[in-house]
Design a binder for this molecule. Structure first.
Ligand SMILES: Cc1cc2nc3c(=O)[nH]c(=O)nc-3n(C[C@H](O)[C@H](O)[C@H](O)COP(=O)(O)OP(=O)(O)OC[C@H]3O[C@@H](n4cnc5c(N)ncnc54)[C@H](O)[C@@H]3O)c2cc1C
Length: 452
């Protein structure tokens, strides 16, 4: 049966659109950035170039009962885009481009395979800000950020991806197209299917086109790195900065992360905490002076040029780390801001109990209550270390009233732990929703929803 399906797919998509065997690995890396791999290759890697080809491919897979795994830029950190043997990997990479920029409405229609940075640059050329931004901007795709409801570094001011999507088009598992490329802000026309698809991690449908909300292009922001004595000072500084500035980012780094990411030596003393503040509309210097006088900061570096501001961001995004980040385990959780410092202390203690030689690097979008941990547990096997790290940390997250996934999604990585953040009734409703979109369970199986 798979031979017949592959023949139909090859006929519908042409040689560049339907790859099998070694040709697949030559064309793409097939797994995401989580470090997780499926065991074995998928049946085929499809690379449709048009919306019609995507719909045709889905209809063929439907007729032949094949499971489909949508793939965007493969920058995901939850294993959600990995396709295994017998499955079809459906890459959106060839379906890219900006279709329309509607200056009057402040909206752009973008194909799902468009790399985020390409969409950002097109918006800027038209005089707008596309406010979604994350470290993987050069590889993640618009469809991928919608499917994961990506957060990133501008959530504080402009919200998550969910807050910046006006309309969507998607192909259902049987090949039908649902198109609601809405450009208006107000649209109360019944259940909002858009919000079900945002964050669905490819388990309901293939997102093909997205209408993104655009904002006026702001003047270049002011950016500073601040040294702080403790987390109480972080909370106080954030309150003050929120009240007095148009904050666009408020990012915190614990010392080990700051130094490992290239910040060592920037401050005369080695501060326990460093905050990167970015403010649109100016006014940052007097706020920093007042914070210095109040003892909230012990030192600050105000960027004097765009290049210096970018350098500060490169530290935050660990672009020039002093160690290899590839083998590190990643955690991404949400916590009430007041619970962050106790979480860091308790989590570090638990991790060191698992492996006394462990290294822990904490940082996060503290303005959104989002904390990341990169950890090395050299004494444990990678997979065992990851499971033990998650179990240790998610207990603390639940006790603090947080979420086990702030922005990276669930994928395969957090699937066994979904019950830590969502009730059994909620998970049952999610299963029911999935069954409506995907009665045969062929969309990205084995992801997001826990095994039954
Ligand atoms: C250096 C780095 C920094 C990062 N920073 C952030 C950050 O600040 N905030 C954040 O939220 N994430 C961050 N991430 C994680 C990742 O970039 C995001 O999850 C991103 O949204 C994934 O997009 P992608 O196109 O790479 O999707 P993929 O990894 O290819 O896929 C992710 C999921 O989306 C599904 N999917 C992809 N395209 C489609 C489609 N067209 N239709 C339906 N489903 C689809 C896949 O099936 C999978 O479930 C970072 C990753 C890296 C490597």
């Amino acid at each position: 049966m798979s031979d017949a399906a592959l023949a139909e797919l090859a006929a519908a998509l042409g040689p560049a659109g339907c790859l099998t065997g070694p040709a697949m690995t030559g064309a793409s890396r097939l797994h995401d950035a989580s470090g997780h791999r499926a065991e074995g290759l998928p049946l085929a890697l499809l690379r449709p170039a048009t919306g019609d080809e995507i719909a045709a491919a889905m209809a063929i897979c439907h007729r032949h009962g094949l499971a489909v795994v949508p793939q965007g830029g493969l920058s995901g950190l939850a294993g959600a885009a990995n396709a295994g043997p017998g499955q079809i990997a459906l890459s959106l990479a060839r379906f890219h481009g900006i279709e329309t920029i509607d200056s009057a409405s402040g909206a752009m229609v973008v194909r799902a395979g468009t790399v985020l940075q390409t969409a950002q640059e097109a918006a800027a050329e038209a005089g707008f800000l596309l406010p979604i931004d994350l470290g993987a901007r050069g590889s993640c795709q618009v469809g991928g950020i919608v499917a994961t409801n990506a957060g990133g570094v501008r959530v504080l001011r402009h919200g998550t991806t969910r807050d910046n999507v006006l309309g969507l088009e998607a192909v259902l598992p049987d090949g039908r197209v649902i198109s609601h490329l809405n450009r208006v802000t107000k649209d109360n026309t019944g259940y909002d299917l858009r919000h079900l698809l945002i964050g669905s991690e490819g388990t309901l449908a293939v997102i093909t086109r997205v209408v993104l909300r655009l904002r006026p292009l702001p003047a270049p922001p002011e950016t500073a790195l601040c040294a702080l004595p403790d987390f109480d000072a972080v909370i106080a500084l954030m309150g003050d900065a929120r009240a007095r500035l148009d904050l666009s980012a408020f990012e915190v780094m614990w010392r080990d992360h700051f130094e490992m990411s290239g910040g060592a030596g920037l401050f005369a003393e080695r501060p326990p905490l460093v905050v990167l503040i970015e403010a649109e509309g100016g006014g940052l210097e007097p706020v920093l002076e007042a914070a210095f006088e109040a003892g909230l900061i012990t030192d600050a570096l105000l960027a004097k040029s765009g290049a210096e501001a970018r350098r500060f961001w490169e530290i935050r995004e660990s672009l020039h780390p002093t160690r290899d980040l590839d083998g590190l385990l990643n955690l991404d959780v949400s916590l009430p801001v007041a619970a962050m410092a106790p979480f860091v202390a308790d989590c570090t203690a638990r991790v060191r109990a698992l492996d006394p030689a462990a290294d822990c690097y904490f940082f996060g979008h503290v303005g959104d209550g989002n904390l990341h941990l990169m950890a090395a547990l050299p004494g444990l096997d990678w997979q065992a270390g990851e499971t033990a790290l998650q179990a240790a940390a998610y207990d603390l997250v639940r006790a603090a009233g947080g979420s086990i996934s702030a922005e990276h999604g669930i994928g395969t990585l957090k699937r066994p732990f979904l019950g830590q953040s969502r009730s059994a009734d909620e998970i049952a409703l999610m299963r029911a929703i999935k069954a409506v979109f995907d009665p045969a369970g062929r969309m990205n199986p084995g992801k997001l929803l826990p095994a039954q």
